[in-house]
Design a protein around this ligand. Structure first.
Ligand SMILES: [Zn+2]
Length: 175
């Protein structure tokens, strides 16, 4: 069972390739803002691959107490605390071992304290690299994939985005 932080989506994690039950908290939806990561998150939720769940206050309080003990409380925002609380809830109520996927050191530190496993996004073993191509369907000009506008400066047409190539990156956890 995986519990996904906003950093996992921003870091390129794609739940579609992960053969686990996957969860996140509603607050993560507000933190994922880049177009690609947001798209991956939306599709994952709509397809039921990622379930959105809120932990009860009792778990939030336990996380706050432990984070205060480790000195990490000031580094965690409300979303981080909810995410840790959700992992704790799943672990206790369903008696399973969830793994938090996050690149945030404070989250990792408190997770360790709560005896919840975690993995940085790069070591999750499921990362997809997509190279986009941005082009104008009218005048056929191409633009860099990070070009910020969506209107062709040459002819005023609306730019389209398509996948130039896609590669699955598998990394082994080596610690
Ligand atoms: Zn054009």
């Amino acid at each position: 069972m995986l519990v996904l932080d906003a950093s996992s989506f921003i870091g390129g994690f794609n739940p579609q390739f992960a053969d686990f039950e996957q969860y996140t908290v509603p607050e993560v939806l507000d933190e994922v803002k880049t177009r690609r990561a947001k798209f991956v998150l939306d599709v994952s939720i709509l397809s039921g691959k990622v379930k959105v769940l809120s932990p009860e206050d009792e778990y939030v309080e336990i996380v706050k107490r432990e984070a205060r003990n480790t000195g990490d409380l000031w580094k965690l925002d409300a979303t981080d605390i909810k995410l840790l609380a959700l992992a704790l809830k799943l672990k206790r109520e369903r008696n399973v071992e969830p793994i938090i996927v996050s690149d945030d050191y404070a989250i990792q530190n408190v997770a360790r304290r709560l005896s919840v496993d975690f993995t940085p996004v790069a070591y999750s073993g499921i990362k997809e690299e997509i190279q986009w191509r941005l082009y104008c369907p009218f005048c056929k000009r191409q633009y860099p994939s990070d070009y910020s506008g969506n209107i062709c400066p040459e002819c005023g047409g609306e730019l389209k985005r398509k996948v130039a190539w896609k590669k699955r990156i598998n990394k082994q956890k080596d610690d």
